[in-house]
Design a protein around this ligand. Structure first.
Ligand code: SF4
Ligand code: SF4
Length: 122
């Protein structure tokens, strides 16, 4: 019985104590944390020359080429950053966009047109 009372007061004290301690959590989505410069979010493609290096270095097989488009499947992507690191043209970069939640799995297939970039480099 005494033990129960002791722990009840201890927990109340803990709650009370935290009223005066700066919160370590953020009121998301109103407030967002500062991301480190090397944060790896959604992959973005711009300036691809279709060398297929990213295709070979992706450990999750998340990248495929369809006609004149590159498709990155964010359901498969493990955000390792290999594609961005090994791209000789730095055409893929890992953006700071991390809010990828969706109720439609097809939204997670990112399609980027690579036809223009190819024509420029022919
Ligand atoms: S994104 Fe980069 S590595 Fe991938 S095919 Fe295009 S140029 Fe090559
Ligand atoms: S970040 Fe890694 S897993 Fe995701 S597409 Fe690039 S290479 Fe593939």
């Amino acid at each position: 019985m005494l033990k129960n009372i002791k722990y009840t007061f201890l927990s109340l004290f803990t709650v009370f104590k935290h009223l005066f301690i700066k919160s370590v959590t953020l009121e998301y989505p109103e407030k967002k944390s500062n991301l480190p410069e090397n944060f790896r979010g959604k992959a973005v493609v711009d300036g691809c020359v279709k060398c297929y290096t990213c295709l070979k270095v992706c450990p999750a097989n998340a990248i495929i080429f369809k006609d004149e488009q590159i498709e990155i499947d964010m359901k498969k992507c493990i955000f390792c950053g290999n594609c961005a690191y090994y791209c000789p043209k730095k055409a893929i970069r890992m953006s700071h966009e991390y809010e990828l939640a969706t109720d439609n799995k097809h939204d997670l297939k990112l399609l980027y047109d690579v036809s223009n970039e190819v024509k420029e480099n022919v």
